[in-house]
Design a protein around this ligand. Structure first.
Ligand code: SF4
Ligand code: SF4
Length: 178
């Protein structure tokens, strides 16, 4: 339950996510299980604490909220049933809505390209996805060797296909936006 001592940030996160960061007792299980903890500037259990302390700018401007891959390992490990991944997702949405420049510039670009590809055809086409991502991010050549190896092994399908229910997929996107 939200009480009188809750910070504005804590109240907002709780209302939007339905989760209760206040219940976190800092056991650290979420952070030790996180596969991406090595790349984070704030570990998941620290995120819970900073939400309690109302550290909005620090959290919304962090690398962590963009490094988080929503794998839900933290959620599964939490002895207090806090959906940590959902809290991360909520903070990401708050950062986007608040116009906070993402600390990891290319990750939101990748998200947009991925979703745009799904919305258009109902499935991912690697060449289309990577073409869009590389163009928008300006990171043109960093994986070129890997791309060539994958092409040689037939791992990349050059001609994109459209799923049968693509119209349905577009409708889902439309309704989600509304
Ligand atoms: S959901 Fe995010 S924070 Fe949680 S374990 Fe996965 S990557 Fe780490
Ligand atoms: S696992 Fe749950 S209780 Fe433990 S630190 Fe993480 S969020 Fe807090």
């Amino acid at each position: 339950m939200i009480n009188a001592l809750s910070t504005a940030l804590e109240k907002e996160v709780e209302e939007r996510s339905g989760e209760k960061p206040r219940l976190c007792y800092q056991c650290g299980k979420c952070s030790t299980g996180c596969l991406f903890n090595f790349a984070m500037d704030i570990l998941p259990h620290q995120v819970m604490k900073l939400v309690q302390y109302g550290q909005r700018e620090r959290l919304l401007g962090s690398h962590t909220i963009w490094i988080c891959a929503s794998c839900e390992t933290c959620t599964a490990r939490c002895p207090n049933d806090i959906d940590v991944a959902r809290v991360m997702d909520t903070l990401r949405a708050m950062a986007l809505e608040g116009g906070v420049a993402p600390a990891e510039r290319n990750i939101p670009i990748f998200h947009r390209c991925f979703l745009g590809n799904i919305q258009a055809t109902g499935r991912i086409s690697e060449p289309v996805l990577m073409g869009a991502y590389k163009t928008l991010s300006g990171d043109l050549f960093s994986d070129i060797g890997l791309a060539v190896r994958m092409l040689k092994k037939g791992k990349i399908k050059l001609i994109p296909s459209v799923v049968r229910g693509s119209r349905e997929v577009r409708r889902i996107f439309r309704e989600a936006k509304e």
